[in-house]
Design a protein around this ligand. Structure first.
Ligand SMILES: Cc1cc2nc3c(=O)[nH]c(=O)nc-3n(C[C@H](O)[C@H](O)[C@H](O)COP(=O)(O)OP(=O)(O)OC[C@H]3O[C@@H](n4cnc5c(N)ncnc54)[C@H](O)[C@@H]3O)c2cc1C
Length: 459
C-alpha cells in the first residue's frame, strides 16, 4: 500500500512519542505518522498493573499542551498534602484524548497494531497489510525499551506447582493465599508491598526479597506548582550544594541522606541502587512494617516451599503466592546521539524526566538548525541504576542545565513548559535570580567534585 509522505515517522506512541509529537503539533506545521504495536497510545501504561500510579505528580506529566488531572492536592492517603498522581486508567484515557486531538488536526496519521521493522517496513499485526511511509525523519520513541513484569516471564526458574504471578494479578486475589513473597526491590516491588499492606495483608505474611537496597527520592521534594518554592527548587539546589560541600562520594550520600534529599527504607543498610523511585515518608513507614526482608542476592529458582538465591536459600510457608517484580522498567541504555541525520532517538536529557526530555528534543528539532549544537543541548542522561549513577546523573544535569540557562530563548521555553517541573511560570524574577546565582556559585565546584569521585571510582 502506498501512503502519503510525512515529515516525521514516530515509532512508538508511548509517553515519549506522544510528548514529542505534541510539540510538533503546537510549535510547527509538520505532518506525522505514529506507529505502535499497541491498540491505543500510552505504551507500557497499557500493560502496567491496574493499581499503578505515577510516582511523580501529574502536574508535569503527559504532553506539554494538555494538563493531566486537575492539579489537586491530595487530602488523604499516603500522598496526602502532595499533588495528585494519575492512575493507570486516567493516563490511558488522557493519551486517548491527546491522540484524538492529533488525528482531528488532520496532520497526524495513527497506525496502531502495527510493527515498524529495522528495514523501514510497517506491517499490521492483524492482517497481511503493510504500509510504506516515506518520511523526512524517523523518530525512534522506543529506545528506552521499557519492560514491566507483565511483558515477560521471570528471569529465574519457577518449578511446577509454584504460583508466581506479575503484580497485575494482585487486584484479582480471591482470599486463597496466606503468605506473599515479593521478589524485587524497585518501584514495582514497593508498589506490590504497599498494595498488600493497604488492602489489609498482615506485615508478617509478607516476605520481601531485595537483591539490592535503593536510594529513593522523597516525593515531597518533587512538587511543582504552588509548592515549587518550598519543594523542587530547594531540592534542586540542595543536591548541588551537598555535592559542592562533600569530601567524598560516601560523604555526599551521607549529606544527601541527612538533608532528606535521598531516602532509604532501612537506615542500617547502605543502598547500592538508585533508579529515581519516588516515594513519600508515609509510604516508607508502611514499608518498614515488613520485617521479613531477604538479602541473599538474586533469586535463582523457586520450588514448592523453597526459594534459592545467589547466596543461600530459605523455606516459605503454606499457601504462598510469589509476586514477580523484577522486570527492569527503564533500563540504562547506552547513550546515542539524539540527532543523527534523518534519525532522532528519544532519550532522557534530564534525570528520569522522559516526557519533558521528549518535548525538549522536539522543541530543539524545530528551533535549532545546527545538528552539532542540537546534540550538545540534548546530551543524553542515561537512566540510572547504581548508587554511583546518582553522581553521574547529577553531573550530566548540571552540564545540560548550565547550557540551557545560557540561552535566553531556551530558558524562556523551559519556564513556560508545563512538563518542566524544574521551573515554574509564576516564580518571581527575584527568586529566579537568587536561585541562579547560588547555582552558578555551587555548580562548578559540585561538578569538579563529582567528576573526581567518578574518576577515582573507576580507577
Ligand atoms: C511503572 C512506571 C511508572 C512511571 N512513573 C513515572 C512518573 O511518575 N513520572 C515520570 O516522569 N515518568 C514515569 N515513568 C517513566 C516515563 O514516564 C515513561 O513512562 C517512560 O519513558 C516510558 O515511555 P516511553 O514512551 O519511552 O516507552 P513505552 O511506554 O514503552 O512506549 C514505547 C512504545 O513503542 C512501541 N514500540 C516499540 N517498538 C516498536 C516497533 N518496532 N514497532 C511499533 N511500535 C513499537 C511500544 O509498543 C510502546 O507502545 C514511569 C515508568 C514506569 C515503568
Amino acid at each position: 500500500m502506498n501512503d502519503p509522505k510525512v515529515d516525521y515517522l514516530v515509532v512508538g506512541a508511548g509517553a515519549m512519542g506522544m510528548a514529542f509529537t505534541d510539540v510538533l503539533m503546537t510549535e510547527s506545521d509538520a505532518t506525522v505518522a505514529l506507529v505502535d504495536r499497541h491498540h491505543q497510545p500510552g505504551g507500557h501504561w497499557n500493560v502496567a498493573y491496574p493499581f499503578v500510579r505515577l510516582h511523580q505528580p501529574s502536574s508535569f506529566y503527559g504532553v506539554n499542551s494538555r494538563p493531566l488531572g486537575e492539579d489537586r492536592i491530595d487530602t488523604a492517603g499516603l500522598n496526602s498534602g502532595l499533588y495528585e498522581l494519575a492512575s493507570k486508567s486516567e493516563i490511558c484515557s488522557y493519551y486517548d484524548n491527546v491522540m484524538r486531538d492529533f488525528i482531528s488536526s488532520g496532520r497526524v496519521r495513527y497506525l496502531p497494531m502495527c510493527e515498524y521493522h529495522a528495514d523501514g517496513r510497517i506491517t499490521s499485526l492483524v492482517s497481511d497489510v503493510s504500509h510504506n511511509i516515506a518520511a523526512a525523519r524517523i523518530v525512534d520513541a522506543s529506545y528506552m525499551n521499557v519492560r514491566v513484569p507483565a511483558m515477560g516471564s521471570p528471569s529465574y526458574e519457577v518449578a511446577e506447582g509454584v504460583h508466581c504471578v506479575p503484580p497485575n494479578a494482585l487486584a484479582g486475589l480471591g482470599g486463597e493465599w496466606q503468605n506473599y513473597v515479593v521478589v524485587g526491590a524497585g518501584k514495582t516491588g514497593v508498589d506490590a508491598c504497599l498494595f498488600l499492606l493497604e488492602n489489609g495483608a498482615r506485615p508478617d505474611s509478607i516476605c520481601w526479597i531485595k537483591p539490592r537496597d535503593s536510594w529513593l527520592w522523597d516525593r515531597a521534594r518533587a512538587q511543582s506548582g504552588d509548592l515549587f518554592e518550598t519543594s523542587i527548587r530547594p531540592f534542586a539546589l540542595g543536591q548541588v550544594i551537598a555535592a559542592a560541600e562533600s569530601e567524598s562520594a560516601e560523604d555526599l550520600f551521607e549529606r544527601a541522606s541527612a538533608a532528606g534529599l535521598l531516602l532509604r527504607i532501612d537506615d542500617k543498610v547502605k543502598p547500592t541502587m538508585f533508579r529515581c523511585a519516588t516515594v513519600t515518608r508515609s509510604e516508607i513507614e508502611q514499608l518498614q512494617r515488613i520485617e521479613n526482608v531477604v538479602r541473599m542476592g538474586r533469586v535463582q529458582r523457586i520450588d514448592p516451599g523453597r526459594v534459592t538465591l545467589d547466596q543461600g536459600s530459605f523455606e516459605t510457608g503454606p499457601a504462598t503466592l510469589y509476586i514477580d517484580c523484577t522486570a527492569d522498567g527503564l533500563a540504562s541504555r547506552p547513550p546515542r546521539a539524539v540527532f543523527d541525520n534523518n534519525r532522532i532517538t528519544l532519550q532522557s536529557v534530564r534525570t528520569c524526566q522522559q516526557v519533558f526530555s521528549a518535548a525538549f528534543i522536539a522543541h530543539m528539532e524545530i528551533s535549532e538548525p545546527d545538528e552539532a549544537r542540537k546534540n550538545l543541548l540534548c546530551t543524553p542522561v542515561p537512566h540510572p541504576d547504581t548508587d554511583m549513577d546518582y553522581l553521574r546523573t547529577l553531573l550530566s544535569d548540571l552540564a545540560n542545565g548550565s547550557l540551557w540557562a545560557q540561552d535566553e530563548s531556551i530558558a524562556a521555553w523551559l519556564k513556560a513548559a508545563r512538563l518542566d517541573g524544574w521551573s515554574y511560570p509564576h516564580s518571581s524574577a527575584e527568586a529566579d535570580a537568587e536561585f541562579n546565582a547560588r547555582l552558578e556559585k555551587a555548580g562548578p565546584i559540585a561538578a569538579e567534585k563529582l567528576m573526581g569521585y567518578l574518576t577515582s571510582s573507576q580507577a
